[in-house]
Write a protein that binds this ligand. Structure first.
Ligand SMILES: NC(=O)c1ccc[n+]([C@@H]2O[C@H](COP(=O)([O-])OP(=O)(O)OC[C@H]3O[C@@H](n4cnc5c(N)ncnc54)[C@H](O)[C@@H]3O)[C@@H](O)[C@H]2O)c1
Length: 327
């Protein structure tokens, strides 16, 4: 059986997508550089959960290194039918400190993935991660696919939008069938330590202060990992038609229920059984005041139906975090 190639397989979303593919009997070749943007021990721990499962292989590789990427895919690519490309330098604020990491992973890396996909003789579909950040500080809500996405407020957003445009050009020129998924603030167990919900939970349980911005009024369309994984698999199973002039689609994967950072803090306080000590700061550069996904197309085409509320998702995250922090 041909393998599905998953990049970013040791990452938060990639490890769950890989597990879900293995659950349904697929073979997966996972790629990841295991870089140190956040604690690589967490990436290793996610991989440990996949290692030894039937049908899983893993290779450590930097997708921005074209020769290394080609070598890592040498045996899998001739048979591959599907690629799920999730590896990227994520995070909005870090793109102000280290823009070069974003150009490398998100531009060179994405370009290299398009090149290898183009050379795969039997490839039917490349699904890749974009981001709600491409909508910038749009005041129109919810964010719809036909809204302009040409005023990025961070370099991260600019690279994700550039990825979409590179992909569209490859769909047109080479007929490379692709789906880009604009994820909205994904959270859950095994999540990313650089994200607010993770940092807040750690601080509340350790009794240290948390930093909120602009009075905590900022809103996010927080989306639970299981809902995202269901959306990724539904998209993967529905490639654009091969004879389309531009066989490329975009979908929002969000929750259609924006919640404030204050609501997030309350959910964390409830789940932890403790009050947060808050320090409020002005809004940092690069952050947008609100995100909110219009899910019309994803509901209709993918049957996407996010089901987990913020309170429930945070309860599950905190339960996981308590165990993980003790281990
Ligand atoms: N989590 C979210 O809220 C969110 C929101 C919007 C978009 N996204 C996108 O979804 C994807 C997955 O995000 P995540 O939250 O799982 O992040 P993550 O950082 O946990 O996962 C990304 C993985 O990619 C790997 N990686 C980075 N650069 C690489 C390179 N050059 N070569 C090989 N591997 C590399 C990292 O080691 C990491 O394990 C990313 O493309 C991200 O931009 C995530």
């Amino acid at each position: 059986m041909p393998e599905i190639i998953v990049t970013g397989a040791a990452g938060f979303i990639g490890s769950f997508v890989t597990a879900a593919l293995l659950d349904r009997g697929e073979q997966v070749l996972g790629l990841d550089s295991l870089n140190a943007y956040y604690d690589p021990a967490l990436k290793q721990a996610r991989l440990q959960r996949l290692a030894g499962r039937n049908g899983f292989r893993f290779r450590q590789v930097d997708i921005a290194d074209e020769a290394a990427l080609k070598a890592a895919l040498e045996d899998a690519l001739p048979q591959a039918r599907q690629i799920v490309h999730l590896a990227a330098q994520a995070g909005v604020r870090y793109s102000i400190q280290k823009p070069e990491e974003y150009v490398r992973a998100n531009l060179n890396g994405h370009f290299n993935m398009l090149q290898v996909a183009r050379e795969a003789p039997h490839l039917e579909h490349l699904v890749y991660a974009s981001s709600s950040s491409v909508y910038g500080a749009s005041k129109k809500a919810p964010f719809a696919l036909d809204d302009a996405a040409d005023h990025p407020v961070s370099l991260y957003a600019a690279t994700k939008r550039a990825d979409e445009l590179l992909s569209i050009s490859y769909a047109r020129i080479f007929g490379l069938r692709q789906t880009g998924l604009r994820f909205f603030t994904v959270y859950g167990p095994w999540g990313r330590p650089d994200m607010a919900y993770f940092k807040f939970t750690k601080a509340v349980l350790e009794g240290t202060p948390i930093e909120t911005y602009g009075g905590g009024a900022l809103q996010r369309d927080f989306t639970y990992i299981d809902d995202i994984v269901a959306g990724v698999l539904a998209a993967l199973d529905r490639p654009p038609p091969a004879d389309a002039e531009e066989p490329h689609r975009l979908y929002n994967l969000g929750n259609d229920r924006p919640e404030s950072v204050n609501a997030l803090v309350t959910a964390i306080e409830t789940a932890c059984g403790r009050k947060a000590q808050r320090i409020d700061k002005p809004m940092p550069l690069g952050d947008v005041p609100r995100t909110w996904a219009d899910l019309s197309a994803s509901r209709q085409d993918l049957g996407y139906a996010p089901a987990v509320t913020l309170d429930e998702g945070i309860r599950r995250f905190v339960a996981w975090y308590r165990d993980y922090a003790q281990a």
